[in-house]
Write a protein that binds this ligand. Sequence first.
Ligand SMILES: Nc1ncnc2c1ncn2[C@@H]1O[C@H](COP(=O)(O)OP(=O)(O)OP(=O)(O)O)[C@@H](O)[C@H]1O
Ligand SMILES: [Mg+2]
Length: 653
Amino acid sequence: MGAAAQLTLLARVGAILGSGLPRQETLERVADLLVPAFAGWCAIDLEGEHGELERRVALPKAFPPLPPDAPHGPAIVMRTGEPELVREVTEDALFAAARGNWAALAVMRELGLKSAMCVPLSTGNRAIGTLSLLATERHYGNAELELMTEIGRRTAAAIESDRTRARTQMLFEASPTPMWVYDADTLAFLAVNDAAVEHYGYAREQFLAMSIKDIRPPEDVPKLLADVASQGGPGSRNSATWRHRRADGSLIDVEITSGRIDFEGRRAALVVAHDVSERKRLERRLADAEKMEAIGRLAGGVAHDFNNLLTVISGYAEILRARDKGEEIEEIARAARQAAGLTRQLLAFSRRQVLHPTVLDLNEIVAGMESMLHRIIGDDVSVATHLAADLAPVKADRAQIERVIVNLAANARDAMPDGGALTIETANIELEHYGEDDLNGPHVLLAVSDTGVGMDEEVRAHLFEPFFTTKQGGEGTGLGLATVFGVVKQSGGGIYVYSERGSGTSFKIYLPAAERPAARPAEVVVESDPVGGTETVLVVEDDTNVRDLVRLLLEHNGYKVLTVQDAYEAERACVELGVDLLLTDVVMPDVSGPSLAERISTAAPAVRILFMSGYSDAAVQRQGVLSERAAFIEKPFTERALTTKVREVLDGA
Ligand SMILES: Nc1ncnc2c1ncn2[C@@H]1O[C@H](COP(=O)(O)OP(=O)(O)OP(=O)(O)O)[C@@H](O)[C@H]1O
Ligand SMILES: [Mg+2]
């Protein structure tokens, strides 16, 4: 065979191998090229899964087969990896091939075999099969052996790359992570894997009819295009987080890693999309909680110190006012009262106010407030209530819950300057690890909704922070929702807002359902004039200024007042000096009010106890809850409030 013919043959084999036909067909075409021009018979054997040789092609089929395990045949070539050449087929060789089978030997003799060869289909480091040829018209030599060895090598390479492609295809398809390929020029999807179809909810055909722009929320598309352009085309290796839209419209946060590839001759990018929504949600939740916690600590700390100062300021203002009815002093007292209001709200936000929870029926509270709400809201806004029958009770501080409702209603009014509708709704609801607060179990929902201006994401993000307000010119303090937030959280509940700019707002508060039936509503306490007495009151308070003031106020009203330095002295005074009432701060450096009270009720059971506090550090640990029966007065207090309370406790049963 001439050199030109050899080259032509090689070129034609190359064309077949590169044609992308299925593997079996490729092998058959190769055999077609060789028979009859180059051989009387051609066989291709490939190694099967278990290492045995499988005959894939034999041409012509009728030709007596040279079995794979014939001497000088495929089995030996597989073992050695070296080509075998039988230049001259002798009688002996035929006999060996027929293995003593006389009939087979007769057939072979008749065919007139002249020459034989077998070459490995070698991938370089190993043989994956063999190519065998028998000739009746010629004798094979070294040149033919070399040519066939080369054809064997090329065929093996094609089969190998075919296998690799199939494996890669399988990896792509079977990957548990969504993956796709998209066209670098049109951005159209070219291929998507099962995980993508399943995770995104688009059918495969839907995917393939879309471009990567279609799975982005519209507002993110310009950024996507800019990103693609700035990185010199799609498929940059930097991973980044994007928002993707699923078929059901929900958005997910996705970390995208991509690479440039050549896909069926097109410039394309391969994308691996990792859904990180859950991680993002947790991160956001943590950041939010930390932010609120930090603001709360700051606000609570400031409010605590201010409270003591205000108690002193307003107390002395009151004493001065009693002496001379000056208008200036009235102003001081008024400012102090306002300031006290502010610090109370800050304490509420920081969840450090002392709560007096009782078992409450929210329906009854809402119903009782309706006429007041009408007054707050004005005539342009309608008020509707939807109260669930059989509403479970909740355990909360009645006054605080009322404050929550008033604050929400006031905000709703401000959001509806041109009128609208306010709706208050209650419902029983079973929650399962709900929302940021991970609420679980039976809850009572209190929803306050309006048809007002609504709010955008920026406002929603800062809504509950103290001093966040969008109201101009000092019209809002921004403490309304901060207070609401603190009260709800301290009561073990959660608050969520649903709102879009222009389409109203709905606040939903979930409070844990309480077990006991609702108690009678608390009686309304009317402040009377200061009332005096002659009993002995022991005042335990670590702030000297507050202590002095309380002593002054009580002595002014006829009481005998003792003050002591520490708990030990307090106990002794109660036992030995005939104390009638212990008036104690809740939080003190050496001993807490409640534990002092406990000691004294054991040592001197006749002594009545009244707590005073504006704040409790213990509140953080015990959620600021005194026992329900404990008498308590909140700082700062007026003379009237103090003396009324003292009288009440002394006279109480
Ligand atoms: N129902 C609502 N509709 C629209 N925006 C609201 C609504 N409720 C609250 N907001 C927004 O949240 C901000 C904070 O409310 P928050 O009650 O804490 O303070 P404020 O109402 O501004 O002041 P204050 O309560 O002291 O009068 C408001 O300024 C407003 O922008
Ligand atoms: Mg408000």
